[in-house]
Ligand binder design. Structure first.
Ligand SMILES: NC(=O)c1ccc[n+]([C@@H]2O[C@H](COP(=O)([O-])OP(=O)(O)OC[C@H]3O[C@@H](n4cnc5c(N)ncnc54)[C@H](OP(=O)(O)O)[C@@H]3O)[C@@H](O)[C@H]2O)c1
Length: 370
């Protein structure tokens, strides 16, 4: 009987899942393409470029901890692309811990990161396993760049902006709306402070003459990654789409939520947010075009007497996500993580290595501006 394939890709039928599969094939990593509907997964996999030379099998699996743990047992890494993670993540992480696998996902919701850090970080560390949500465009490359910026001087304060041009998928739109109900925090003197709700921020983005509209969008993962960091005490992170009309609509939805939906019971809040998201994006967008779907991360660091700024100019945020996941899985199949327990991808797999990988594929390039 052949031994188990080392990677389980859960959510393989999704827009992000199929891109992870594409890059797992390029890294020659054998994988199980798993999810709740085998027919749909087979159909999606059959359209992945070059899939005929990948070593993979399709497995349909139920969504309970028991069923997932049984599937994961014997594998080395679980790549989870089923979001919103605040809803669907906990069972998968629990099953992963039970099966004794490393866990990476593509969740950028800060509330999800806080939950993973608090509930599972220590448990994974005890088993010498890494649990790394956010192993994705939002916000792994900006964190990697921030770590390189921090080496340039006595930097203790970071401001990070991540923006992209593109069509959010069904799952991403559901997540953008789901985080509206969560509390988002920034870090000030190593303490969490809550962001003002339903507030937009005009931001200056290199390469654009007009200012852009950014939101705190639930807070982003960075404040959780840098909590109790020996060097950095202050972290603010914001972002959004480089399409003002969409950002104005999201901001209007945040205001509507505060006035009309927050007073409702939790389940009703979730239902209304999901319905609003489905009205915005019910289908699957086309494959990204690198000449159109560009990305930008801006990282500014300050100390009392030091200053540093760098920018990541990139393209195709979903392709970046697929590559970062597959690269992380490849790292874990062939070696040990640099950090166990809850960790950012840059801390677990290397900041320079992550950025070089993206640059090697022409997906992102770092420029120091000072
Ligand atoms: N941080 C980042 O940079 C980043 C980048 C990309 C995506 N994301 C996040 O990743 C998540 C997925 O995004 P996507 O673009 O891949 O969305 P998508 O195309 O809508 O795919 C969602 C996947 O999740 C599966 N799924 C949904 N609900 C499920 C459930 N209850 N049980 C089992 N499987 C379920 C779907 O299965 P079916 O096909 O059977 O419906 C599909 O495989 C979102 O939360 C998004 O915000 C984050």
């Amino acid at each position: 009987m052949p031994s188990k394939r080392p990677v389980v890709l859960y959510g393989a039928s999704g827009f992000s899942g199929r891109l992870v599969a594409e890059f797992l094939r390029e890294y020659n990593v054998p994988f199980i393409a798993a999810g709740r509907n085998a027919i749909r997964i087979r159909d999606v996999m059959s359209h992945v470029p070059g899939i005929e030379t990948a070593d993979y099998e399709v497995v349909e699996v139920g969504g309970s901890v028991d069923e997932l743990a049984k599937l994961f047992a014997g594998a080395k890494v679980v790549c989870n692309t089923v979001g919103p993670f605040i809803y669907h993540g906990p069972v998968v992480v629990e099953a992963c811990l039970r099966a004794g696998c490393h866990y990476v996902d593509i969740g950028g919701e800060q509330a999800w990161h806080r939950q993973v850090a608090e509930e599972w970080g220590y448990k994974f560390a005890q088993k010498h396993l890494v649990v790394a949500p956010g192993t994705a465009f939002m916000s792994a490359p900006s964190d990697a760049a921030a770590r390189i910026c921090m080496e340039s001087g006595a930097i203790d304060t970071l401001e990070i902006l991540t923006m992209f041009n593109g069509f959010p998928t069904f799952g991403s739109t559901q997540t953008i709306f789901a985080v509206i109900q969560t509390d988002g925090y920034y870090l000030e003197q190593n303490r969490y402070h809550e962001w003002a709700r339903a507030t937009g921020y005009e931001v200056v983005v290199p390469g654009y003459i007009r200012t852009q509209l950014a939101l705190s969008w639930g807070g982003f993962p960075h404040p959780v990654w840098y909590k109790n960091h020996p060097q950095v005490a202050n972290v603010r992170s914001f972002g959004g789409l480089l399409i003002r009309q969409i950002m104005e609509n999201v901001l209007a939805t945040e205001k509507h939520f505060e006035e009309k939906i927050r007073p409702l019971p939790k389940k009703e809040q979730e239902k209304q947010l999901a319905e609003m998201a489905s009205a915005v994006q019910a289908g699957t967008p086309p494959r990204e075009n690198p000449r159109e779907q560009r990305t930008i991360d801006v990282i500014v660091g300050r100390g009392s007497t030091d200053f540093v700024q760098c920018v990541l100019f990139g393209t195709c945020c979903y392709r970046q996500t697929g590559l970062i996941q597959a690269w992380a899985a490849h790292n874990l199949v062939n070696g040990a993580p640099r950090q166990v327990g809850y960790a950012s991808p840059a801390a677990a797999f290397g900041a320079r290595e992550l950025l070089k990988t993206l640059e090697g594929y022409g997906l992102s390039k770092m420029k120091m501006l000072s």
